[in-house]
Design a protein around this ligand. Structure first.
Ligand SMILES: Cc1ncc(COP(=O)(O)O)c(C=O)c1O
Length: 188
């Protein structure tokens, strides 16, 4: 597909579709992290005690330049689950609020929302979305029916997977305007 296979170390006889839970690493990324691991192994203490902070800052700076933001707006986390937990825990939600997700949500985040709903007293709705979804219009309709209409907040990782994106939290109004603008442009 688009000649992308050659950029990965994947078994050529396999059609690999899961880039969410255990994604394959592109060759240049694989080579770079192997190089850094070797570098660390040469002098672990020197690397971790003396060089690590400056190296991580340089890496953040490079990412900040790419994203067009300030380096201090960025923080590295271990993975998506940790990042979304930081966001979910930081939201001031409580009784009267609702978080809407779908049954396409992956287990760890489903548990996070359930756990926080119990702890903070908001409602958590895990809405089934039948697959295969029939067409974009169906998804737009789905997003507008209750309880979405009532939802103060929508966590759309599950929707994101249907709409080919990566999960993040958006407000109800924002999601709706995205959906109306164009299905193709949805980037959750
Ligand atoms: C199915 C699935 N598993 C796992 C993850 C996240 O994995 P990790 O937190 O290790 O990056 C995602 C992220 O969206 C996912 O969709």
């Amino acid at each position: 597909m688009f000649g992308l296979r050659r950029h990965f170390l994947l078994d050529p006889s396999v059609t690999f579709l899961n880039q969410g839970s255990f994604g394959a690493t592109p060759r240049p990324v694989f080579c770079a992290y192997q190089r850094w691991q070797r570098e660390l192994e040469r002098q672990p203490v020197e690397f971790l005690r003396r060089r690590f902070t400056a190296l991580m800052l340089a890496a953040r700076q490079s990412l900040a330049d790419y994203l067009g933001t300030d380096v201090d707006n960025l923080v590295y986390t271990t993975n998506v689950t940790e990042s979304l937990n930081i966001v979910a825990h930081s939201l001031s939600l409580g009784p009267g609020d609702e978080v809407l997700s779908t049954d396409h949500e992956y287990g760890a985040l489903d548990r996070t929302w359930r756990f926080l709903a119990k702890e903070r007293g908001y409602a958590y709705i895990n809405q089934p979305i039948p697959v295969p979804h029939r067409n974009p219009a169906y998804f737009v309709e789905w997003a507008q029916v209750d309880p979405c209409e009532r939802a103060g907040l929508q966590h759309t990782a599950g929707c994101g997977e249907v709409g080919r994106g990566v999960g993040r939290v958006v407000t109800n109004e924002r999601l709706k305007s995205h959906l109306h603008a164009s299905y193709e442009n949805i980037r959750f």
